[in-house]
Ligand binder design. Structure first.
Ligand SMILES: Nc1nc2c(c(=O)[nH]1)N[C@H]1C(S)=C(S)[C@@H](COP(=O)(O)OP(=O)(O)OC[C@H]3O[C@@H](n4cnc5c(=O)[nH]c(N)nc54)[C@H](O)[C@@H]3O)O[C@H]1N2
Ligand SMILES: Nc1nc2c(c(=O)[nH]1)N[C@H]1C(S)=C(S)[C@@H](COP(=O)(O)OP(=O)(O)OC[C@H]3O[C@@H](n4cnc5c(=O)[nH]c(N)nc54)[C@H](O)[C@@H]3O)O[C@H]1N2
Ligand code: SF4
Ligand SMILES: [Mo]
Length: 781
């Protein structure tokens, strides 16, 4: 019976044995199909705490404490105000991930040299003693600037290990924290220079009111970008809105929803935006009234005092500035690869088909000068008067102005030092004395380099950072970082570089509260579906135990159990949201939705009643020219008006002679960053391959499915190729998140794009230019 079912499902015998081991000897109840459901089955509503782009309602069908299958919300009708929160493939297939036999089962301590990958099991008590001894020693010797809690997004729940660890470390003298994110470093840093805030997005149900939607590197069909974002775009499409996708890749979003795909060379969006502005200015299509009334810095008549002539955006675009280059469509065609006629048409469409929304994904800003594209979009939105109105879009970060309050666990860090999340390698090598010019905020100089790292639910030490080979080499050196603790579910690249590895419980094994990723007017209760396996532990549980070793148990827990903290969060949330359900009711339903009658429109007040509602910038206006950026006095890399800056390792870098392909690494539907890379079902759906254009493949004699070598001065990898016209010539993409797997020669065998990316922080945000790399590709015989 068992064998038949296995055959029917096409499961490899090897995988089966492994799953069987975890699921118990009678483990095949986990393969029940819908028809087999027996009466014992419970359906538990829950959600995910991954950094996956969404937050959906996940229904876990549990039998005998095992997951039989997973479904999603399907029992309410979709309405404009409350569409179903339907899950994607990743949570729907989560059973395979959770019951993966490779899951970490007990705490482990490093044997041999760091990075050798040899570990021995130890007890939790031993592990916590070891961590406490090292933390005490290093804190005593080097102080709180030496203790770093690494950026790690594996668990984004309200009750994550990172929240608890920050709470404990705050009570024990503090730690070095970070600002910014690998996701949005440039957009979060740059958008406020125009608007004074990152909350620049209308609510998504307003998209049906646009006439034109331009998606600039935005692919929510795969990245979700707030559960139901693709649904709202579909509603707009159904309402007749024209949708254009500007992206080096003909993305799933473009295929499903766009009327037109305009391929663009990575790092060149500002050349396109500047040339669109040129067309608008020379054909007098800009909304001059809007610019005069609400903005500073568009033209020389509206500049802040004391700025020399020739520094307005208009002067820059027309070439009446120091570079003397008019930013014409011909100029931009040579840089972007977009025909000049297309640029002219696009400029006219955006200027005339109002209202229009130019929506940026985060891909275009994860580049060498990612700050520029962010502000470039905001200027075009201002030039077309698309700010503060229904159907428009202010561009920039685009976070929604409408966000309901959900309480958090209190934690306080007495140490004010912060580094950019991307700059930790610098803070390891030359941290002591490092100051603002190298990304430090909150203090003049760091008093110590990083000596201790907590990496709780993250793979940014190696896999998800840049230049993975160099990052690994740095971490191997025990004279620099003295102690590294990782908590995870799997032996990831970052875990391998750690001294202690702790096995975490999984999201389906614990309770938590989760809020939407980016967009959404709801909050979800993450119910526990099944018991925790092996010796995996909840963060609150082990960090409470750790707090005992510092005499901080009572202060840390306030005498509360985890359940009581959940009640605390619900009560605090209810205080600010009258009508919020009781904890019991919330748990039972799994979701609470806020219903709004009207869409929210960013900057509506500022536009309708400007005198009473200035923009939250120093001038109270939209700052196309930013005096604050001007004062930084680095006009080439941090210009006061957004500009096209030719990127290192962009299409104009001389290095392109040696490495002629621009390599990006889009976020693919099958993974959450590096999470799920080791999932066999996801590999079946979407095997890890490099996307290469047909012409580039042909000129190199490469055929579909061949193994290819991809390399530059930082690294080499070998992986299979997918030849496709869905990526433009001269560009390749290795979906980010493949596991760093160097062979004995140091050649990566799994397509970890970060062996090719460069550690070079962007000028203003100190952000990660993860999509900026030049490579060469050749066939492997
Ligand atoms: N399935 C899935 N969804 C996810 C995630 C995941 O790992 N997997 N991660 C989540 C997280 S944490 C984040 S931050 C977001 C990330 O969301 P994004 O950063 O928006 O995703 P990317 O795939 O990096 O980039 C989006 C698009 O930008 C394009 N692009 C790259 N460079 C350029 C450029 O120079 N110009 C233009 N115009 N386009 C460019 C890419 O081809 C891609 O189609 O996704 C979230 N959603
Ligand atoms: N080249 C390139 N690099 C990139 C990007 C890119 O576009 N290109 N994108 C960047 C972006 S936007 C981001 S946000 C980062 C993300 O980088 P990370 O935050 O490192 O995200 P993941 O790779 O998903 O790693 C999360 C880890 O947490 C583990 N985990 C999952 N759930 C739990 C849990 O409940 N408890 C514990 N303890 N562990 C858990 C997973 O197994 C996984 O190993 O990557 C960045 N790196
Ligand atoms: S978007 Fe995120 S929460 Fe929703 S189903 Fe996919 S992985 Fe799960
Ligand atoms: Mo991200």
């Amino acid at each position: 019976m068992m064998k038949e079912k296995v055959k029917m499902l096409g499961i490899k015998e090897k995988n089966l044995k492994l799953i069987g081991k975890l699921a118990g000897e009678d483990g095949f109840y986990s393969f029940n199909s819908e028809g087999d459901l027996d009466k014992e089955e419970k359906i538990i509503p829950t959600s995910s705490s991954h950094n996956c782009g969404g937050r959906c309602i996940i229904k876990v069908h549990v039998k005998k404490n095992r997951i039989a299958r997973i479904s999603t919300e399907d029992d309410i009708p979709d309405t404009e105000k409350t569409p179903q929160l339907r899950g994607c493939l990743r949570c729907r297939a989560y059973r395979n991930h959770m019951y993966n036999c490779d899951r970490l089962k007990y705490p482990m301590k490093r044997r041999g040299k760091r990075g050798e990958g040899r570990f021995e099991p130890i007890s939790w008590d031993e592990a916590l003693d070891y961590i406490a001894d090292n933390l005490k020693r290093i804190m005593h010797e080097y102080g709180p600037d030496s203790i770093y809690v690494q950026y790690a997004t594996g668990n984004e729940g309200r009750l994550s290990e990172n929240v608890w660890m920050k709470r404990l470390l705050g009570m024990y003298g503090g730690y070095l924290s970070y600002y910014g994110t690998y996701s949005t470093a440039c957009t979060q840093a740059a958008t406020p220079y125009t608007f004074g805030t990152i909350y620049t997005g209308n609510s998504r149900e307003d998209w049906v009111n646009s006439k034109l939607i331009i998606l600039l590197g935005f692919n929510p069909a795969d990245t979700i970008h707030g559960t139901n974002t693709a649904y709202y775009l579909k509603m707009a499409k159904n309402a007749g809105v024209r949708i254009i996708s500007i992206d080096p890749i003909y993305s799933n979003t473009a295929i499903a929803l766009a009327d037109e795909w305009i391929p663009i060379r990575p790092t060149t969006d500002n050349a396109l935006l500047d040339a669109m502005a040129y067309v608008m200015i020379t054909e007098n299509l800009q909304d001059q009234h809007f610019l005069d009334k609400y903005c500073i810095g568009f033209d020389e008549n509206h500049m802040p005092p004391g700025i020399p002539y020739g520094n307005s955006y208009k002067s820059y675009v027309l070439g009446e500035c120091s570079d003397r280059i008019p930013k014409t469509p011909v100029w931009a065609e040579a840089i972007t690869g977009i025909p000049k006629e297309t640029i002219v048409r696009l400029a006219k469409e955006y200027a005339l088909d109002k209202p229009g929304a130019l929506i940026q994904g985060f891909g275009p800003q994860r580049h060498a000068y990612g700050e520029q594209v962010v502000r470039g979009g905001t200027v075009l939105a201002a030039m077309t008067g698309n700010i503060g109105i229904s159907g428009g879009w202010a561009s920039g970060t685009g976070y929604p102005v409408r966000e309901a309050y959900v309480a958090s666990i209190p934690h306080y860090n007495p140490n004010k030092s912060k580094i950019s999340m991307f700059s930790w390698p610098d803070a390891i090598v030359r941290g002591k004395g490092m100051g603002a010019n190298l990304s430090v905020k909150g203090t003049e100089k760091l008093s110590s380099s990083i000596k201790f790292i907590f990496n709780l639910g993250g793979n940014c030490l190696v896999n998800q950072h840049t230049d993975s080979n160099a990052a690994a080499a740095l971490l191997k050196n025990k004279d620099l970082v003295k102690f590294i603790v990782t908590s995870d579910h799997f032996l990831t690249a970052s875990a391998r570089l750690s001294d202690i590895i702790l096995p975490s419980d999984d999201m389906l094994e614990r309770e938590d509260i989760v809020t939407p990723w980016g967009f959404g007017d709801y909050v979800l209760f993450m119910n526990k579906a099944v018991d925790t396996v092996f010796q995996c532990r909840n963060g609150y549980d082990w960090i409470s135990d750790l707090s005992k070793r510092f005499g901080l148990l009572d202060k840390f827990t306030e005498g509360k159990s985890l359940d009581e903290w959940i009640e605390y969060l619900v009560e605090k949330t209810a205080e600010k949201n009258p009508g919020f359900p009781s904890c019991e009711e919330f748990k039972k339903k799994g979701v609470y939705r806020w219903i709004y009658e009207k869409p929210s429109i960013a900057f509506k007040k500022q536009i309708e009643e400007p005198a009473a509602n200035p923009f939250p910038t120093p001038s109270g206006k939209i700052e196309i020219f930013s005096p604050r950026l001007w004062e930084m006095d680095n006009h080439r890399e941090i210009p006061a008006v957004p500009k096209y800056i030719s990127a290192w390792e962009g299409p104009e870098d001389f290095l392109i002679g040696k490495y002629p392909i621009q390599c990006i690494g889009h976020h693919s539907k099958r993974r959450v960053h590096s999470t799920f890379d080791n999932d066999s079902w996801m590999e079946e759906v979407d095997p890890q391959k490099i996307f290469v254009n047909c012409e580039d493949a042909k000129s190199r004699g490469i055929e579909d499915g061949d193994m290819v070598k991809v390399y530059n001065d930082r690294g080499v990898m070998i992986l299979p190729v997918k030849i496709t016209s869905r990526i433009m010539p001269g560009v390749a993409s290795i979906p980010q998140g493949g596991w760093w797997t160097p062979d004995e020669k140091g050649i990566d065998r799994r397509g970890c794009i970060n062996v090719l990316t460069k550690y070079k922080p962007t000028p203003l945000a100190f952000g990660n230019p993860s999509h900026t790399s030049l490579v060469e590709i050749e066939k492997v015989d």
